[in-house]
Ligand binder design. Structure first.
Ligand SMILES: [Zn+2]
Length: 281
């Protein structure tokens, strides 16, 4: 786990090279590379993006150039793969979002775009002697979330579906939803197996914040489910957003996850939760 000013990066290292999950911001690429080189001099072969946001994909182009795709690895005279860099794996909606024609210019440079996408279910890789599953999580934090399950290491990279720093960001504009986040968190809990006394076992790397185990994400799931039920109840009583905010439906969790300043405040979370739960199914 590499921690910096962007989203957390996961690094898997072995004889075949390096696999990264998420790349923080572009301006942090030198620092990430320095951290990688303290551990291994092997090439970066794969980059997996958990979703499109720039604090998780900003370093794609720089770190891709620092790597090489595995297809080009040992093939002498394979011109097509020469200098191509690491493969970037993501759900197709990440590519769609990065490459969408805006009339002037694509939202992200083409060197940052995923090279290897999938649409349904999951994408399986086998790298460094380990099965790595990239599993689609529909309508969760965004419309293009993947969790990454390292089956042998017993580590799950959750992306921003799971954060320990604030309430989860529900990116409604990009097709995110509170119920999708809760479904995805339940999926992660299904995959995770605790060791003795519910501690340790499978490790879960959140999109932002500290390294967690199953007990941590169960607590997070319970919090989100309770808040969801409270807000859902008030919506059923046809309460307006202002009426929902007034009794502070998150107050018992605010000491841990709330914020009054910064990029994602409690107010923004309640508003997004309300919108998400009010939307027609
Ligand atoms: Zn995000």
């Amino acid at each position: 786990m590499i921690v910096g000013a962007g989203g957390n990066t996961t690094m898997q290292v072995g004889d075949q090279g390096i696999l990264l999950v998420d790349t923080m911001y572009a301006q942090l690429s030198d620092k990430i590379l320095a951290a990688i080189r303290k551990i291994s001099n092997k090439p970066i072969r794969y980059i997996i993006n958990t979703h499109i946001h720039p604090d998780h994909t900003g370093g794609n182009e720089n770190l891709r150039k620092a790597g090489a795709t595995i297809a080009g690895g040992n093939v002498v005279g394979n011109i097509r793969d020469a200098g191509e860099g690491a493969a970037i794996v993501a759900h197709e909606n990440v590519l769609n979002g990065m490459s969408a024609p805006t009339g002037v210019q694509a939202p992200a440079p083409s060197g940052a775009w995923p090279t290897d996408t999938y649409v349904h279910g999951q994408k399986d890789l086998y790298f460094n002697g380990e099965a790595v599953q990239v599993i689609y999580q529909p309508a969760a934090h965004t419309d293009g979330d993947s969790i990454v399950f390292f089956r042998r290491s017993d580590v799950i990279s959750a992306g921003d579906i799971f954060v320990t720093t604030t309430y989860p960001v529900i990116d409604i504009q990009r097709g995110g939803s509170l119920n999708g986040i809760i479904d995805s968190v339940n999926r992660i809990i299904d995959l995770a197996v605790p060791a003795d006394k519910q501690e340790g076992g499978t490790y879960i790397i959140p999109g932002h914040g500290r390294l967690c185990d199953e007990a941590d994400i169960v607590e997070y799931r319970d919090m989100l489910t309770i808040i969801r039920d409270r807000i859902q109840d008030m919506i059923k009583k046809t309460m307006t957003l202002q009426q929902v905010k007034a009794p502070k439906p998150t107050s018992d969790y605010d000491p841990r996850s709330g914020a009054t300043t910064g990029l994602w405040t409690t107010d923004m979370f309640v508003e997004a939760a309300y919108q998400s739960l009010s939307a027609r199914k």
